[in-house]
Design a protein around this ligand. Sequence first.
Ligand code: SF4
Length: 342
Amino acid sequence: MRIADIQQRLQALGAKPVHLQRVLRHWTHALPHSRNKRQPEHWLPKAVLDDLPALDADLTGLARLVSRHPAEDGSERLLLALADGQTVEAVLLQPGRTPGLCVSSQVGCAVGCQFCMTGVGGLLRQLGSAEIVAQVALARQLRPVAKVVFMGMGEPAHNLDNVLEAIQLLGTVGQIGHKNLVFSTVGDPRAFSALAGLSKGEVRPALALSLHTSDAALRERLLPRAPRLTPDELVDQADAYARATGYPVQYQWTLLDGVNDSDDELAGIERLLAGRFGVLNLIPWNTVDGMPFQRPSWERAAAMARHLHRRGILTKLRHSAGQDVEGGCGQLRARAAADGTA
Ligand code: SF4
């Protein structure tokens, strides 16, 4: 289901734009409907009011909580079932000043990153924009959400219309600050041009770019079905968008022991990111049984971050959220499928 389908349904019942806003605001904020007839939500056309219970049931059915997996770091992985029985993951991020949620944009993913469980099974289907927003509505029943990152299952650039539609809704009636909506991509010309084409009057999200290496040939091996843009081209495109919006790019670098944590890579990062408007997130990989990679030591990762800092590259060393509970993207879904619980 797309957000446009909800709007058409309500318009067919006589809803005006102000009524649409009211209903969508209730949904995105997970507000229960009041029985108090003096409340503004009751200032709706009768046909819309009569349809609200059925609409609520449909919206609730878009994403249902299957299981919760709290981690020691305060994050919490959620396994969610969609209306057709497919499952996706969302993550309540570590508590902080801006409580965040990581959402999925696809069931599966076609990029096939060699270190990602989601990529193993390929793409199963796209999520509709309403299914993306439904993850936020559900999470807000559990915790406040003031930041949404599109870093869960799927490549947002491969589901561009739905992701951008969800972003427009979340950044308006969903009341999430625009720089707190983070469009994450492996780098796709269609995504760069769609983002660059957003006007100042529209919601322009921040950008995260999954770089992972400065070596073009290695990147082709690690991300076999990502568009063939070199790291230099990717950084040029991302940097141009960051300067247009005023939000720094978040460069994501999943650290794999002996693969992309060498001194050559450090030199490559310096070459790529010196003078760029962005921050580099070094994220030691979460071990996944059966995958041919190792997690680097925290000491090595910390030494890399210190080295880059000294050379003026703003670098953060991050844990992947919830690494003690099947923390790699796609692991919960894979485990549940293997156990027959989803
Ligand atoms: Fe897809 Fe992201 Fe996994 Fe790569 S890391 S396969 S882009 S979900």
